[in-house]
Design a protein around this ligand. Structure first.
Ligand SMILES: Cc1ncc(COP(=O)(O)O)c(C=O)c1O
Length: 384
């Protein structure tokens, strides 16, 4: 028998993430403090969740008050703050009439796909190359490149992938067997790839013509990140279903599925459900986050920061800039991971993307012009 004390594992956590070589201890405003005393400018926003940054006085106050008042109640009862959160979302989502709350982006998409399959009686979905929709069974099936990690023997739906902004390929792919077309109006993981207005309009038209539903996945690009409350609003297109999560409650885990009245009419009691979705803490934070993001001038600020980044960060190692609002991709002349590492040396946290030449910016929407200037100066120091 081996009586030697087993070696202490490096980490008790499962090793499934490539991590930055830092440990974050706390956050304030748009800055993160590391355990070894560094202060970082956060232009990654915790995977786009920290829309209002860290330690936001309103969010901290709201969660403390709600925790004291009512920590949790399930969907078996009415809770006023849940209704207010739902109203806050649909008031800012033209064409949407009802909300089903969940706990994550993947869960929101899973439910959207379930609703679409049930409503149409079909199980084929058209999705886009570069698209990311989550890791649950159906959402992952619509995610480009899922074969590398999917794990299940088969997917619950059949997916046809087409290139973003290829209207001919899209219209050829949608037919009488299509349950849904799922798109991110601005693709996040792909590296801030903007879908053209014409492409979104074609997705709307061809879905409608074939009796399929259009799902807008705004898990990453929604909640003000692209300069309108939901990114698809910039195109004037109204989807049948809209999913959102990440920044919806300023970083508190939750998500939502928004439905038009027509789609909601086809959903019966018992069709969907969740224990934690729509909990009072999440809903209080959703209401507060929506209030902040829709304050006069807030979204203008997002577009102004985009303009400043485009004006000051182009050139040198940055060949071009894509994306919209504060979901931006800096196309780099050298591999993006080298630029992400160099920026981290300058105490700036940024992200990568599926495209190895894209540095992704997903900062809190509260960054100001001084933060943009800090980024521009750090980029200029990187040799191209
Ligand atoms: C566009 C999009 N949809 C869905 C998801 C999945 O969200 P979650 O990780 O909350 O399940 C993500 C996560 O990155 C995303 O970017």
């Amino acid at each position: 028998m081996n009586t030697a004390t087993p070696a202490t594992p490096v980490s008790a956590e499962l090793d499934v993430y490539a991590r930055y070589p830092i440990e974050i201890e706390s956050g304030s405003g748009v800055e993160l403090r590391t355990s070894d005393g560094r202060v970082l400018l956060d232009l990654y926003g915790g995977h786009a969740t920290a829309v209002l940054g860290y330690d936001h006085p309103v969010l901290v106050d709201v969660i403390a008050k709600q925790a004291r008042k009512l920590f949790f109640q399930s969907n078996a009862v009415h809770v006023a703050v849940r209704e207010r959160a739902a109203r806050a979302l649909i008031d800012n989502a033209p064409g949407m009439a009802r909300v089903f709350f969940v706990n994550s982006g993947g869960e929101a998409n899973e439910n959207a796909l379930r609703v679409a399959c049930k409503a149409t009686g079909r199980s084929r979905v058209v999705a886009l190359r570069g698209g990311f929709h989550g890791r649950t069974a159906a959402a992952a099936a619509c995610t480009d490149g899922h074969d590398a990690w999917y794990g299940f023997a088969q997917t619950p739906i059949e997916t046809v992938f087409v290139e973003p902004n290829d209207i001919a390929a899209l219209t050829a792919a949608v037919d009488q067997n299509t349950a849904a077309v799922i798109v991110e109006p601005v693709q996040g993981m792909a590296g801030a790839v903007v879908l053209d207005r014409e492409f979104l309009a074609a997705a709307r038209a061809t879905s409608r013509d074939h009796g399929a539903l259009l799902i807008a996945d705004e898990v990453q690009c929604g909640i003000g990140r692209c300069g309108s409350f939901f990114a698809i609003q910039a195109s004037g297109v109204v989807p049948d279903l809209l999913t959102t999560a990440k920044g919806i409650a300023g970083g508190f885990p939750c998500g939502a599925l928004l439905l038009t009245e027509a789609v909601a009419d086809g959903v019966a009691r018992g069709d969907l459900g969740t224990t934690f979705g729509g909990g009072p803490l999440a809903c209080a934070l959703i209401e507060a986050t929506v209030n902040e993001v829709t304050k006069d001038g807030f979204l203008d600020g997002v577009l102004a920061r985009e303009e400043a980044i485009r004006a000051q960060c182009l050139g040198g190692v940055v060949e071009s800039i894509q994306g919209r609002g504060l979901l931006l991709g800096l196309r780099t002349r050298v591999p993006a991971r080298e630029v992400v590492a160099a920026l981290l040396e300058s105490d700036i946290l940024t992200g990568g993307a599926k495209d190895p030449h894209i540095v992704r910016l997903l900062p809190p929407l509260t960054i100001d012009d001084t933060h943009v200037a800090t980024l521009a100066a750090a980029l200029k120091r990187i040799a191209s």
